[in-house]
Design a protein around this ligand. Structure first.
Ligand code: PMP
Length: 355
């Protein structure tokens, strides 16, 4: 007897970091920004015309596309908008990865990539990072159906330089190369300039980290107009109004406050560098993170033990049980005060573990 269950799309979903809500917690587990959105964003929200919510939003979200284009020196038709960069990436996978050849991304990277590949039934291979968590360029020289590189990579925090990316792109002119720059604002470089040279490169960025708007869900892609049009054709084939009136208004407002953006990013970087020093002092090792998190392993105390002990103190960091990285903790950068508390508690945990 057949039932509807025979026709289900079964899939193991991506599991995001938990979102506890405890008054005294220190939340360092989902790479959110520890600072509030820009005061300009708050101002626009306070004076937002609620009556306008009766009406559907502009399907093209033109105001936001224009503002992003201006900020990044592009034309508006080179910008694609989505509900967080997860939405942007999912649509990019659907739009560009329709060959029978495998799409390539590293074994250790953003763990949503293989979930989308499974969901959309895209073949994929995951070349292993080397023992220092660097990508091996030759792995991306083989024939493939597309390439996805998170740069800086997550959860490792490691940045591949522009020459590396250029080389991979040069070897992959017949497929789309997606560069996921969720964390690039915290690093020393972005590969955006490569979209001017190569028509097959798509840069994906987000408001969730450097612009402190994870709760609004705004992401965007930048690339040549043909790529963007292809993505919009897919997008408008199942949802005509992805971006709400509110996300467009707040997204524009955030871009108008470049000073605040620069200041908060600089503060996160400064705290990150301080945290690196402290973690080294406590016996942790890690690659030099170029993001708003540090991916670190302790020389003697197992990651799970530290994770659990921190959790008891309502300090939340992230642990992945995947092979090769199960002895690491991914620690998002909070405010200086939060990181001081984190270091203080971690110091006690590490000292007690040795007794
Ligand atoms: N890419 C990477 C590498 C990430 O770590 C994240 C955050 N989980 C995202 C994309 C998605 O972020 P968002 O959907 O909030 O833009």
């Amino acid at each position: 007897m057949s039932t509807w269950r025979d026709n289900l799309r079964t899939i193991e979903p991506y599991v995001p970091g938990e979102q506890p809500n405890l008054p005294d917690m220190i939340k360092l587990n989902t790479n959110e920004n520890p600072y509030p959105p820009s005061p300009k964003v708050v101002g626009v929200l306070k004076s937002f015309d609620c009556d306008s919510l009766r009406l559907y939003p502009d399907p093209n979200s033109q105001l936001l596309a224009d503002a992003l284009a201006k900020r990044y020196g592009l034309a508006s038709d080179q910008v694609f908008l989505g509900v967080g960069s997860d939405d942007v990436l999912a649509i990019a996978f659907m739009t560009f990865f329709n060959s029978k050849k495998p799409v390539l991304f590293p074994d250790i990277t953003y763990s949503f990539y293989d979930v989308w590949a499974e969901l959309f039934q895209i073949p994929y291979e995951r070349p292993a990072l080397d023992e220092h968590f660097d990508l091996i360029r030759e792995d991306y020289y083989k024939e493939n159906g597309g390439v996805v590189i998170a740069n800086p990579n997550a959860p490792t925090g490691v940045l591949q330089n522009i020459d590396f990316l250029r080389d991979v792109i040069e070897h992959n002119r017949d497929v789309v190369v997606i560069i996921d720059e969720a964390y690039a604002d915290f690093s020393e470089s972005s590969a955006l300039e490569l979209t001017k040279e190569y028509d097959n490169v798509l840069i994906v960025q987000t408001y969730s980290k450097s612009r402190a708007l994870a709760g609004m869900r705004i992401g965007y892609a930048m690339g040549n107009p043909e790529l963007i049009k292809a993505m919009n054709d897919v997008r408008y084939s199942y949802n005509s109004y992805p971006m709400t009136r509110l996300s467009v208004a707040l997204g524009v407002a955030a871009l108008e406050d470049e000073t605040y953006f620069q200041e908060t990013v600089a503060k996160v970087i400064e705290t990150r560098e301080w945290t690196k020093e402290q973690l080294k002092r406590l016996g942790f090792s890690f690659r030099d993170s170029q993001t708003n998190f540090i991916f670190a392993a302790h020389e003697s105390v197992p990651a799970v033990q530290i994770f659990d002990a921190l959790r008891e103190k309502h300090i939340f960091v992230r642990h992945f049980s995947q092979k090769r990285i199960d002895n690491y903790l991914r620690i998002s950068i909070g405010t200086r005060e939060e990181m001081e508390r984190f270091i203080e508690e971690t110091e006690k945990i590490v000292a007690n573990a040795g007794k």
